[in-house]
Design a protein. Sequence first.
Lengths: 266, 358
Amino acid sequence: MKRLSWLVPTIYILFLMLPIYWLVSMSFKTTNEILGSFTLVPQEFTLENYKKIFTDSTWYMGYINSLIYVSLNTVISVAFALPAAYAFSRYRFLGDKHLFFWLLTNRMAPAAVFALPFFQLYSAIGLFDTHLAVALAHTLFNIPLAVWILEGFMSGVPKQLDETAYVDGYSFPKFFMKIFIPTIAAGIGVAAFFCFMFSWVELLLGKTLTAVAAKPIAATMTRTASTSGYELGLLAAAGALTIIPGAIVIYFVRNYIAKGFALGRV
Amino acid sequence: MALELKQVSKSVAGETHIFPTDMVLEAGEFNILLGTTLSGKTSLMQLMAGLDRPTSGQVWFNGQDVTEMPVQKRNVSMVYQQFINYPNMTVFENIASPLRVAKLPDKETRSRVGEIAEILRISSMLERRPSELSGGQQQRVAMARALVKDSSLILFDEPLANLDFKLREELRDELPRLFAERDCVVVYATTEPSEALLFGGKCAAMFEGAVAQFGPTAELYRKPLNLTSAQVFSEPPLNVAKVVKSGDIFRLSDTASWPVDASYQTMADGEYTIGVRPHHVYPMQKEKQLVPIDGKVQVAELSGSESMIHFTAFEDDSWVSLSHGVHAFDGGEVTTFYVDVANCFYFGADGRLISAGM
């Protein structure tokens, strides 16, 4: 029994990795090979797919657009969530618990519900097809989440830390920037990660609110066929590249991610 | 230097945390706030520090009304029960932080931090982070930060409660020495009467948000003004029972009574409450004049050279006897205890002390 204990995790990891392996292996194949035969490793190893993405602006601009609005969204979400979370964690006010719960109900509706009002609103005020449009739309989902995560982390910091800083002579803004934010840095990292990931993988709003100038990569990828027929290799390469930013971000918060999934309440 | 509370009270959401309190705390000796948890020690300290505004009343410092002055301008220090340090800074920066905020020259900051670290024996850890230190060391860092600036008011909120026994003893010895040279008002909150007696100075017995008595610590112990104050200042808890004086006899129960001493002759006949400290209740006869009472043993805690026996007396009053030597009893056993009535407090119907025995 003991000697086989490695077996289950190995099978588990194998199953987990299989789709990713398939995606990566496809990205190095030609479309003909993908459609023509079943091969475990690329027979005609090619970098053409990646070359196309990095040279064709309709492809690489997709990544740049996505990265711009995702970063914008992450910064806005965390910047607004920080003071809100601080208020929820430190003060008692009329209806605070209801307001706190209401924040989360924003996430209970599917994004599609908001696509039409956002489209109409942004068209009217000239925000349509800008990076800011998508970034702002995503804050509707991300600020509540960030507030919940940050509130959990902040409540883990004793109130006496605030008081000690005031006693030492720190003013509130100075205390907040110099002591409090570094103290909950892990929480901010986790909140930023969740904002980043949601915004990065969200397709519907990103696609609806943009046309050309701010078109995200996910929208570009829905274009499966072109004049040269199906380009499955190209799509696989684009897909493989979309994993990378998330993988990089997750690396930095890997030690705190479990706490983040529990909304900071472990 | 003196901190003065004038009719200071605090209530939150209709609930009174601190009842109107008058107090004058002076520099040069320890001012101890003694009380159980939730008795209002921390709330009162926050009002003293200026971390919280009183609902009514005023706080004066050195003849100046500081009620509305924010804590940043008041020059106070505070040490908490939890070990509070800035986790993102090194020990050195932690201690130096009040001086940095006050924009002291770097050279002076260094020498003062070095000095206080030397006294508290944390010099070798200045480059570490607080999380890498043991609890006792973390608390020393917090104390160093409180002492590094010349505060005119230093507040200790049960600073030794979370430390292990040995460290506590050590810091207890050190603390009074740290303040010997300073001209500042020191306030120290604790739940332990023995700690209050050790530091001496003045003591305020707190109970449910009110100060039952404020005065020299030894006096509080020997002559509590009222029943509440005596109860706060007794660990294990004070034994309390009703006693009736009629003529020349104090009657505790049908079997327990004793003659009224010459010094009690002036007391009017009627019902009183007596308070007996646990170490004046013995599980065996002594040569002194003792009054026997019957008790049903609940549990006997034997710790080395002392025996603490919890028993029920007079129907269902819980009493405790604390005595030297090992006296083993089984739970449920009915036995006779001996009360040293010459050493008990007599309280009137309103709870005020009438006589404090010998």
